[in-house]
Write a new protein. Sequence first.
Length: 263
Amino acid sequence: MSDQAAADPMVRRILITNDDGVAAPGLKILVDIANRLAEEVWIVAPEHDRSGAGQSISLHDPLRVYQHGERHFAVSGTPADCVLYALAEWFGETPPDLVLSGINAGANIGDSVQYSGTVGAVLSAEHLGIPAIALSQSFVNREQIDWTPVAELGEAAIRALWPSAKDDKCCWNVNFPACAASDITTMEYASQSAGSIARPQLLPGQDSRGLSYWWLGFDRNTEHQVADDSDVAVLRRRGVAASPLRGEHRMPGDGASIALRKT
């Protein structure tokens, strides 16, 4: 993590977390972005991948914390644990100005939003009155994720949404499309789609002792139709999708879209 202050700081202090774990490549990209936005950046992320943790917190296990560097820590719990621990341990009466969560490997759209640990961290911050934004990068092939769209446009997207914090409505889920960054020109307000999950699915197996176990998954609805302003539709037309996580607030400006680069 760089100690260099942002040349044009937007805020004093940013707290970063994620659900892919402290060693995730998306986290490193988000740190680079945050260092251009804040005078001081803190990283408090799960020790391991906690995808699917939602907004859950650890009630039956203690939290263990491991320092990775200056203002850089791994926590044994969930993304929400990371936010709550950081606020209780380090910030006291001076909370961070902004919490950023991600950058998630894969989109957090539609029915997946309610299970997302990336989003859960943002909601935990918002509950305590702290502006927060979740960021996710869509991909076609998990083995060859192109992080360029969010790496190039993430800072502009965050700066564009930040004015909504003045109205206590800065709680966003932002998804970047899987395409060349040069093909993206705008960020669009997007409603959260629904209906992609048809039913839960269980994949059975047996361990080395012959005991049964099940992997939980979902059957997808292949006939699912999405609205033109939905997160899925925005990504399909190569826009950055910004969805409010609380209320029906709109984006700053005209409320429908924001240019992320000059056209």
